[in-house]
Design a protein around this ligand. Structure first.
Ligand SMILES: NC(=O)c1ccc[n+]([C@@H]2O[C@H](COP(=O)([O-])OP(=O)(O)OC[C@H]3O[C@@H](n4cnc5c(N)ncnc54)[C@H](O)[C@@H]3O)[C@@H](O)[C@H]2O)c1
Length: 345
């Protein structure tokens, strides 16, 4: 087996807890370099994971290390430029989610990957869950019938990230929608088969982020909180199906964290967390649940699957084009919430 040379750009939280342990546990992968604009962060990560070289400039690293695969683990604002650099240097790229700050960037990233003949995937790691595989299989076999409605949620009571730049709109492009709502949307539209969007309506609020300061992910500075803390939207597809989306970093609600994708079909309905199928029939199919391990390490599964795709052993599960679709939905939801008008797509 040829050795795959991996490199990581951005030496923060997701690189440390997910990408590097996963590359380290993948067979036939050698991490050859790490870079960060803060050289101290790169040095510390290199030391902790026994990586032979660290850099304060990713272009220098790409030139000197010549990696086969690159993980882009920087704030959203830099996803586009760094991904283009890595693709043009000949690497396959796994860029963290969301794809980018806007649709134009996501399209250029997909187009550059195609032009370079390289793979580009995004860190929508929840897609690798067994629950998703189970439900997708049921849907593809027609088990739910025509899906005409969906209720999609990722809500946190006080889950504003207390590290990094997640509350800074200029660095991340938005708050819970682009950060965690993006995961929920990605799951839902994958299961629904990427129907064409007709129009989108959304409202967003900033009721807690600018006044509170403490939550279960640490504290934040309310004076520098420039993203929404909750967004509620409705998407209408050209198939006639509708989707309700709710997402928050902070909301006065019962649970600490509520994550769900519910699909309503004309044969059956389904939940994703945990996977279950419901119908109005009497009998054993009334409430059908499936064996499911919620504690699967999905970041590791994602990175091992990415490496296997780079070796040509399987297809990518999360493609650059799917990333563009999700980015378009995010953009339309923000545009509607900002203008307080429906946005026709
Ligand atoms: N898949 C997931 O569930 C998940 C979870 C957390 C974060 N993320 C994503 O990962 C990315 C990073 O998040 P994080 O939590 O690791 O943030 P972080 O703030 O902990 O780390 C980001 C790192 O990038 C470095 N950096 C900033 N600009 C850079 C540049 N131009 N070149 C090189 N390094 C640069 C910073 O110095 C920092 O060390 C974000 O896009 C975020 O959305 C995804």
């Amino acid at each position: 087996m040829d050795i795959i040379r991996a490199a990581v750009i951005g030496a923060g939280q997701i690189a440390r807890v997910s990408h590097l342990p996963a590359y380290r546990s993948a067979e036939g992968v050698q991490v050859v370099g790490v870079s960060d604009v803060r050289p101290e962060s790169a040095r510390k990560l290199a030391e902790d994971f026994s990586i032979p070289a660290y850099f304060d400039d990713h272009r220098k690293m790409l030139e000197q290390c010549r990696p086969d695969v690159v993980s882009v683990c920087v704030p959203n604002r830099f996803h586009h430029a760094i991904t283009l650099d890595a693709l043009r240097a000949g690497a396959h790229v796994l860029c963290e989610k969301p794809p980018a700050m806007n649709v134009g960037e996501a399209e250029e990233m997909a187009q550059t990957a195609r032009a370079q003949g390289r793979l580009l995937s995004y860190g929508f790691h929840l897609r690798h869950g067994e629950n998703v595989r189970i439900l997708k299989d049921i849907i593809d076999r027609g088990g739910l019938g025509r899906i005409y409605a969906a209720d999609v949620q990722w809500l946190r009571r006080r889950g504003v990230p207390g590290w990094g730049v997640f509350t800074d709109k200029s660095m991340q492009g938005g708050g819970p929608l682009i950060d965690i709502g993006a995961h929920a949307l990605d799951l839902a539209v994958y299961l629904m088969g990427y129907p064409e969007v007709d129009y989108v309506c959304a409202d967003m609020f900033n009721a807690i982020g600018t006044t509170g300061r403490n939550g279960f992910f640490g504290s934040w500075d309310p004076e520098r909180y420039t993203v929404e803390d909750a967004l509620f939207g409705q998407i209408r597809f050209r198939t006639g199906a509708v989707m309700k989306l709710s997402t928050s970093f902070a909301l006065n609600m019962k649970e600490k964290d509520r994550r769900q994708v519910t699909l309503y079909g004309d044969k059956k309905g389904a939940d994703l967390f945990p996977p279950a199928v419901y119908s109005g029939d009497d009998g054993p199919a009334w409430n059908q649940t499936y064996p499911f391990e919620p504690a699967e390490d999905l970041h590791t599964k994602e990175i091992h699957a990415f490496v296997a795709a780079c070796r040509g052993e399987r297809d990518l599960l999360v493609t650059a084009e799917q990333g563009v679709y999700v980015q378009k939905l995010i953009a339309a939801l923000y545009a509607s919430a900002e203008s307080k008008k429906p946005v026709f797509c």
